[in-house]
Design a protein around this ligand. Sequence first.
Ligand code: PEP
Length: 250
Amino acid sequence: MRQPLVAGNWKMNGSAESIERLLDGIKGSLDTVEKAEVVVCPPFVYLSDVRRQLTGSSVALGAQNVSEHPSGAYTGEIAASMLLDFQCRYVIVGHSERRSLFGESDSQVAAKFAAARAAGIRPILCVGEVLEEREQGITEKVVVRQLDAVIEEVGVEALADGVIAYEPVWAIGTGKTASPEQAQEVHAFIRGRIAERSADTAGQVRILYGGSVKAANAEALFAMPDIDGGLIGGASLDAEEFISICRAAV
Ligand code: PEP
């Protein structure tokens, strides 16, 4: 059985004060979450504060990005070993904002997956098509390209050390959610594609949905057989909304 996972991607939002309030809210209602593993991914500079505030709680810490390099002259970058120093258990790699705004290529994302995994951190690998690609009917082709780059780098079995997040780019931060059926179709495709190479890995790997998930649509999305939870952007900044989403993961 795959334990559902709900991860909050706070992106570049918050302040020391607002984050403390958000975490108080999350921790205060955590006992109402029955099944989901809960992860929060704050901006790098708050990792230390958040780690301290999460002491004794079951909420896991994640980061939003990682360098593919182990150390060296890479100004502004953060290595996987550094994230481990802050007890990060997860790190998002290949978020569509990193791919589109910062030019991260499939091979760079694959190298980031490998670097995180080598440090013992679970990468949350984001894949997904932009609107034009969906309209052209090439969603599966895009997702295969993004996934295969990682499989070529680390091998198919290594996917089980991470998490996949299917995030149709047209649904991120737009309020347009993929319908549960649309999302399930792509999730089943991804799992099937992995199963062609390793049935065990396909059975183990958690595939999250991301893209305008809210308390109001989470239950229907998470009820789909191949959707194992969610990667949540905007709604993860509101403790009550985020906890309701976590509760919906069964
Ligand atoms: C995201 O950025 O990963 C995301 C899913 O954002 P939102 O929930 O705001 O669409």
